[in-house]
Ligand binder design. Structure first.
Ligand SMILES: Cc1cc2nc3c(=O)[nH]c(=O)nc-3n(C[C@H](O)[C@H](O)[C@H](O)COP(=O)(O)OP(=O)(O)OC[C@H]3O[C@@H](n4cnc5c(N)ncnc54)[C@H](O)[C@@H]3O)c2cc1C
Length: 484
C-alpha cells in the first residue's frame, strides 16, 4: 500500500516540496546500499537541510505511523539503509557542515553527512586527525559510521568509532531531540551514547556528532611483506602481538584479492603470492624504529619472500591504495560478489581461512580474502555470477561463513553490522533472553517500531529460524512486540 496523499502533503509542509522526492526514477537511486542484492524502492525520499527539518520529518512519520530509514552515503554492506516498503528514506546528505574544530580540547562537532575523511581534512591544519578509518572513508559519512560503529585498518591500535565519539544529538522516533553523551569523557548514569553507537539506525537519527581528535603521530613506518602461505602470514600476526607490539595496523590479503587490487591500482603488490601483509607502526621515532626492526625479524623468521619498506609518504600511500581499493577491485575479476564480515580469534585465523577455502571449493565458488588480521576481522568476498544463476549458492555460502565465525568463538560481524543481511543469524550468536533484552531496549526508544524496522533483530515475520509449529516470542506474549 503506497503512502497516502495526507502523508505526502504533511512532508511538503515541513520540507521544501523540492526536497521531497517521489519520482520513481529518482527514488530508485536509494533502493539499496552497498549490499546490492537487496532492493526496495522507497515511496518517498526526504532531503532535509538541517536538524530541525529532520526532527519535523520524523514527527510526521510518528504522527502517521510511517516507517523511516536514515541514509548517509549508502556504502553500508549489510543492508542497513535498505528502504522499507511503504516507508520513507531520510537522507542526511545535505547536513554536511563541520560545525566546529576545537584544537585545544581536541574535538570537532560535525553534521552527520560530513564524510569520515572530511573530518581529518578539517583537523589536519591543527596537527590533528580523526582516527577510525574505514576503507570507504572518502565517501562514507560520520552518521553512518556512528550507526555501524565502523572500524578500519587502524582500529587495532586506536579503537572503533565508539571510542572516538563523545556525544550525539539524536532525533528520537517520536521526533523529540536529545543529546546522548557529554563533551567531557566522564558522564554520570547509564551510557546511552554507548547504546546508540552501533545501533544501525534503529534507535533514532543523529543530527550532530562530537568526535575526539588525535595528534598526528610523530613517526609512521609501513611495510608490505609476501608470504609462502596464509598460515605463515597468520603466524607473523600472532608473533607480533605476543612480542608486546601494538601495531597501528596489520592487514592481510590473499592471492585473489592481491590480483584484483594490483590490476586496479598498480600499487606494487606481487601477483601470485599466497598472502601479503601490510604492517604499520606509529608513535615516537625511537620506539617506532626499534619495534619496526623486531617486526622485520618476525617476518623473516616466518619465511617472508619479499619485504618492501615504504621509503616516503608517497610509497606508503601507494601501499594503502592497494589495500583500500581491494573491495571495489574485486569487481574486475568477478561480475558479482558478497562481502562478508566476521570475527575469529586471531590464533585461529589460518584454520578458519582453510575451512573457508574448503567451503568455497564445495560450493564451486571462489572466495577472496582481504581483512584486518590484527583483530581477527575477516572479510571473505564470495565471488559469483548472478547471470549464471549462482546468487542463491553464494548467499548461502556467505551466510555459512558468518556462522562459522561464531562457531569458532568469534562474532557475526566485526564492523559492517547485522542490517538486513544477518538478522536471521542472530540466534546463532545470542540466546533468547539476550535477544529479548535487545528487543526491549529497542522498544524503549521506538515503541511504534517505525525506525528502520526489520533490521538487526530477527522478528517472527523475518525469520523462520524456529522450525516447526509457530510459537509466539516471549515479548509478543507480553504485548511489547507484535507479529506483523
Ligand atoms: C568499498 C567499501 C569499503 C568499506 N570498508 C569499510 C571498513 O574498512 N570498515 C568499516 O567499518 N566499514 C566499511 N565499509 C562499510 C561502510 O562504508 C560503513 O558501514 C559506513 O559507516 C557506512 O556509512 P554510510 O554513510 O555509507 O551509511 P549508510 O550505508 O547510508 O547507512 C548505514 C547505516 O547507518 C544508518 N544511518 C546513516 N546515517 C545515519 C544517521 N545520521 N543517524 C542514524 N543512523 C544513520 C542507516 O540507517 C544504516 O543502518 C566499506 C564499504 C565499502 C563499500
Amino acid at each position: 500500500m503506497a503512502l497516502d496523499d495526507r502523508v505526502r502533503t504533511a512532508f511538503t509542509r515541513v520540507l521544501d516540496p523540492k526536497d521531497v522526492l517521489s519520482d520513481p526514477v529518482k527514488c530508485r537511486a536509494y533502493e539499496c546500499d552497498g549490499l546490492t542484492g537487496y532492493r526496495v524502492r522507497p515511496d518517498l525520499v526526504l532531503l532535509p537541510r538541517d536538524a530541525e527539518q529532520v526532527a519535523a520529518a520524523v514527527r510526521v512519520c510518528h504522527e502517521f505511523g510511517v516507517p523511516f530509514v536514515a541514509r548517509g552515503a549508502g556504502t553500508g554492506l549489510s543492508g542497513g539503509a535498505l528502504p522499507v516498503a511503504d516507508g520513507v528514506v531520510i537522507s542526511l546528505a545535505r547536513l554536511k557542515k563541520v560545525l566546529a574544530v576545537d584544537p585545544v580540547n581536541r574535538r570537532a562537532v560535525v553534521q552527520p553527512g560530513v564524510t569520515n575523511l572530511e573530518i581529518t581534512a578539517a583537523a589536519a591544519p591543527h596537527g590533528l586527525y580523526y582516527a577510525p578509518d574505514p576503507s570507504s572513508q572518502q565517501v562514507c559519512t560520520i552518521g553512518g559510521n556512528v550507526a555501524e560503529n565502523s572500524g578500519g585498518a587502524h582500529c587495532l591500535k586506536y579503537g572503533f568509532t565508539t571510542n572516538h565519539v563523545l556525544s550525539c544529538e539524536v532525533v528520537l522516533p517520536d521526533g523529540s531531540v536529545v543529546t546522548l553523551g557529554t563533551d567531557t569523557a566522564e558522564q554520570a548514569g547509564p551510557d546511552l551514547r554507548g547504546v546508540f553507537l552501533g545501533s544501525e539506525g534503529t534507535l533514532g537519527i543523529t543530527t550532530s556528532v562530537t568526535v575526539r581528535l588525535l595528534r598526528t603521530p610523530e613517526s609512521v613506518r609501513t611495510l608490505l611483506a609476501d608470504f609462502p602461505s596464509v598460515a605463515s602470514a597468520g603466524d607473523v600476526v600472532s608473533d607480533i602481538v605476543s612480542a608486546g607490539i601494538v601495531p597501528a595496523a596489520v592487514e592481510m590479503m590473499d592471492t585473489l584479492a592481491i590480483e584484483a587490487a594490483e590490476e586496479a591500482v598498480h600499487a606494487g603488490y606481487t601477483v601470485g603470492v599466497p598472502a601479503a601483509l601490510v604492517v604499520e607502526l606509529d608513535g615516537p621515532v625511537e620506539e617506532c624504529d626499534a619495534q619496526f626492526e623486531l617486526v622485520k625479524a618476525i617476518c623473516e623468521k616466518h619465511g617472508c619472500t619479499r619485504l618492501h619498506i615504504a621509503g616516503s609518504p608517497e610509497e606508503r600511500a601507494k601501499i594503502w591504495k592497494g589495500r583500500k581499493a581491494a573491495f571495489a577491485a574485486v569487481g574486475r575479476i568477478s561480475p558479482d560478489y558478497f562481502v562478508q564480515d566476521g570475527v575469529v580469534p586471531r590464533t585461529r585465523l589460518a584454520e578458519v581461512l582453510d575451512r573457508i577455502a574448503g567451503m568455497g571449493t564445495d560450493a564451486g565458488l571462489r572466495v577472496a580474502n582481504v581483512f584486518h588480521a590484527g583483530d581477527g576481522n575477516l572479510h571473505p568476498l564470495v565471488l559469483y555470477s548472478a547471470a549464471a544463476g549462482e546468487t542463491e549458492r553464494a548467499e548461502r555460502l556467505s551466510g555459512e561463513i558468518a556462522e562459522l565465525c561464531v562457531e569458532m568463538g568469534g562474532s557475526l560481524s566485526g564492523e559492517h553490522g547485522i542490517g538486513t543481511d544477518k538478522a536471521c543469524s542472530m540466534p546463532k550468536m545470542f540466546g533468547e533472553e539476550d535477544l529479548a533484552t535487545m528487543h526491549r531496549v529497542r522498544h524503549a526508544f521506538d515503541p511504534d517500531g517505525i525506525c528502520n524496522p526489520g533490521k538487526v533483530l530477527p522478528t517472527p515475520r523475518l525469520c523462520g529460524e524456529r522450525p516447526g509449529k509457530y510459537k509466539p516470542h516471549p515479548l509478543e506474549e507480553t504485548g511489547a512486540i507484535e507479529r506483523l
